[in-house]
Design a protein around this ligand. Structure first.
Ligand code: PGA
Length: 252
């Protein structure tokens, strides 16, 4: 059984101005030496300044999306190499908001993930079902297809993290039951073990995401194969995110 380092990841989405860096300072001051890995993914406009605040790397830094190409005529886009150059170590890819709003397919997520890994970033690849798919009993089938379609072949276990984020739980205050989270996370682990990638499937970290809050973090972190969380709304509040980090430290 390999040791997976627990990960509390904050996805700021399209939130954050210079003034919000003070909140991050508060988080850093509260957790000078966190007992789990802490990752913040601010908007690209703040990457440089967040990196300056976290220069000692006690808090890891990530982007939220990238283009699959290294550079070129892609107005408005950012490449993985640019994110790495700005100090990012991680990147969120295939978030359901991008899959839904920009029609991102599994194949596109896979090519972005390959580009991210080639640039030296850890790809946090998001998967998750709609409420209709869950009600129709199709959750595991959907997740299985997304894993096969989105995770690049030959990636090392350290280069990817999988985030299970049921779409209906994101920003809604609703969460699956602990048994439902366990079922999906155990399934993802089993799917990874079946792959012929040559990677150590048991070394891949699996995050749960979708309405994680201080009030539910502890019980979620107690679920089998949950190695941390991808946190949206609650990551914008340093007190709430700090409480989630504490819950993960206690679980670690
Ligand atoms: P939420 O978002 O914590 O606000 O539900 C999670 C996410 O979208 O990553």
């Amino acid at each position: 059984m390999s040791q997976r380092r627990k990960l509390a990841a904050g996805n700021w989405k399209m939130n954050g101005l210079s003034a919000d860096l003070a909140k991050l300072r508060q988080l850093i001051d509260t957790y000078p030496n966190p007992g789990c890995e802490v990752l913040v993914c601010p908007p690209a406009t703040l990457l440089d300044r967040v990196r300056a605040l976290t220069a000692d790397k006690t808090i890891a830094l990530g982007g939220q999306d990238c283009h699959f190409a290294v550079n070129g005529a892609h107005t408005g886009d950012i490449s993985a190499r640019m994110l790495a150059d700005a100090g990012a170590e991680y990147i969120i890819l295939g978030h359901s908001e991008r899959r839904t709003a920009y029609g991102e397919t599994d194949a596109l997520v896979k090519s972005k993930s390959s580009a991210a890994i080639a640039a030296g970033l850890v790809a946090v690849i998001c998967v998750g079902e709609t409420l209709e798919q869950r009600k129709g009993g199709g959750t595991l089938e959907v997740i299985g297809e997304q894993i096969i379609g989105s995770v690049p072949e030959g990636a090392s276990e350290d280069a990817i993290v999988i985030a299970y984020e049921p779409i209906w739980a994101i920003g809604t205050g609703r969460t699956p039951t602990l048994a439902q989270i366990a079922e999906v996370h155990d399934f993802i682990r089993a799917q990874l073990r079946m792959r012929d990638d040559g990677f150590a499937a048991d070394g891949v970290r699996l995050l749960y995401g979708g309405s994680v809050k201080p009030s539910n973090a502890e019980e979620i972190f107690g679920v089998s194969n949950v190695d941390g969380a991808l946190v949206g709304g609650a990551s914008l509040d340093p007190t709430d995110f700090g409480a989630i980090v504490s819950a993960l430290e206690a679980a670690a």
